[in-house]
Design a protein around this ligand. Structure first.
Ligand SMILES: C[S@@+](CC[C@H](N)C(=O)[O-])C[C@H]1O[C@@H](n2cnc3c(N)ncnc32)[C@H](O)[C@@H]1O
Length: 266
């Protein structure tokens, strides 16, 4: 049995989109698990997960995709800073900090992009205003990378030059993010599906997680968690290439002219 065939058989029952796991890294981890269990091939492993719920529950973690980049889809970040952030900030008018949640933050690239937008474009004009960015992920190794805040060049390639020069310094072959940016983000381990979400957020980001990898019940639960995280009128940001299910419209309405910003209904 090929790995693709294995994914096609195993993923639907687990609420996962099989095509998204056709990656070398996912296959390597599954292969290592086969060795650990002393199994001959993917067919044996498929039988094993069909008869062993505990083993099946491990599979989504084994195959997890943990790649991210600063300013991934740069245009959306600029739209966020030009239109969405000013509007959200105006509703608060500096009375309390702006609350943001990055759900599935990977190695910190996404929440630190928010921190950089804040430092570059908001703080200079409103020095008294503050932001609290909570960044969570299920993956310990990714959170560890986020706390180190040292990055390879590939993850920085979409960062505008002037921002890179100001906020990153080179440390051998890696790039270290300035402490003023890291200080704006608090990291924590959280499973989007099973842990209660934070509440009262003005902005929640869920990009290339639920709407890319999940289907069925996993997707339904994720939508509910994201809705619960936001205050009334709060905004959800998703990835540009993500296709959202029709059921999203029960919870959110698309913001005019945008593919990635949705406002909480109710
Ligand atoms: C492909 S990365 C996307 C990172 C970032 N949001 C971006 O768009 O660049 C997906 C992230 O979701 C995390 N993840 C997967 N399942 C999760 C879950 N159930 N709860 C929380 N995080 C999860 C993975 O560990 C990974 O860091």
């Amino acid at each position: 049995m090929t790995f693709d065939r294995f994914l096609q058989e195993a993923c639907p029952g687990l609420g996962l989109v099989w095509r998204k796991y056709r990656r070398r890294s996912s296959r390597h981890r599954v292969d290592a698990r086969l060795l650990e269990l002393g199994l001959e091939g993917y067919r044996d492993y498929l039988e094993r997960i069909r008869s062993d719920a505990q083993e099946a529950a491990l599979l989504p973690d084994l195959m997890r995709v943990t790649v991210s980049r600063f300013f991934r889809e740069q245009k959306q970040w600029l739209e966020l800073k030009d239109h969405v952030l000013p509007e959200l900030i105006a509703t608060i008018s500096g009375v309390r900090p702006l609350s943001i949640w990055s759900a599935g933050c990977c190695g910190g690239e996404e929440p630190f992009t928010l921190a950089l937008l804040w430092l570059e474009y908001i703080r200079p004009f409103h020095p008294g205003w503050s932001v609290e960015i909570l960044a969570t992920d299920i993956d310990e190794a990714s959170l560890e990378r986020a706390r180190r805040s040292l990055y390879r060049w590939e993850t920085l390639r979409e960062v505008p030059d002037e921002i890179r020069t100001r906020w990153f310094s080179q440390a051998n072959a890696l790039w270290r993010l300035d402490g003023k940016a890291t200080a704006l983000v608090r990291f924590g381990k959280r499973n989007l599906l099973t842990d209660p979400p934070p509440r009262g957020m003005d902005l929640t980001l869920c990009r290339y997680l639920a709407f890319t990898y999940f289907k069925g019940e996993r997707l339904r639960v994720s939508l509910l968690r994201l809705w619960e995280s936001l205050r009334p009128g709060g905004v959800l940001m998703v990835g540009e290439k993500e296709v959202l299910p029709a059921s999203v419209l029960e919870y959110f309405e698309p913001m005019p002219g945008s593919r990635v910003f949705y406002r909480r209904i109710g």
